[in-house]
Design a protein around this ligand. Structure first.
Ligand code: ROI
Length: 160
């Protein structure tokens, strides 16, 4: 069975724009991920500690037959491939791939919470999500487009 998924991509170390573009290419070519679509890339102010560089963020959508934890393993192995540095909580990272939605499933597992709990307060997720899937229904019952219209932009801007 095929599941429609959404992920967030983020990076803020070394060359974040190139990192996100290359990660998107790797994911788009992955044999278990189909119908890959990626939003524009956005520059965003860090959420959390401000003493770190701005981020580059995007959201992508694809179909997969992988089960949620297998998909998580796949995403984490790509993070590793990009030399993910993970220091303090909410600190800077080389590449972050977050599973936002896995079909309409609610998952509460020690390794994985889906829908991702941060979606509604993150402009760097909502705006690219609304670009890709304006009619997608969020856990609040709002569409992505309506939620994106209501969130403060916090200097978010499109870079590519
Ligand atoms: N802030 C922004 N702007 N973008 C991110 O991807 C991001 N990721 C994180 C934290 C540290 C919460 N801040 C972020 O993990």
């Amino acid at each position: 069975m095929v599941h429609r998924c959404f992920i967030g991509l983020g990076a803020n170390l070394e060359q974040p724009l190139i990192t996100v573009q290359r990660a998107a290419e790797v994911l788009a070519r992955h044999p278990a991920l189909h119908n890959w679509r990626c939003s524009s890339l956005y520059q965003s102010k860090p959420m959390g500690p401000q003493d770190q560089p701005d981020y580059v963020n995007a959201v992508a959508c694809f179909d997969t037959e992988l089960q949620p934890l297998d998909l998580l393993d796949t995403l984490q192995s790509i993070e590793q491939q990009f030399g993910r540095l993970r220091g303090r909580r909410w600190g800077p990272r080389t590449l972050d791939l977050d599973l936002l939605f896995y079909a309409n499933e609610n998952i509460n597992h020690e390794r994985l919470t889906v829908p991702h709990p941060g979606i509604l307060e993150r402009e760097f997720v909502l705006i690219p999500l609304a670009e890709l899937a304006p009619d997608l229904l969020l856990p609040t019952g709002q569409t992505a487009a309506v939620a994106a219209q209501q969130i403060p932009l916090n200097d978010l801007c499109k870079v590519v």
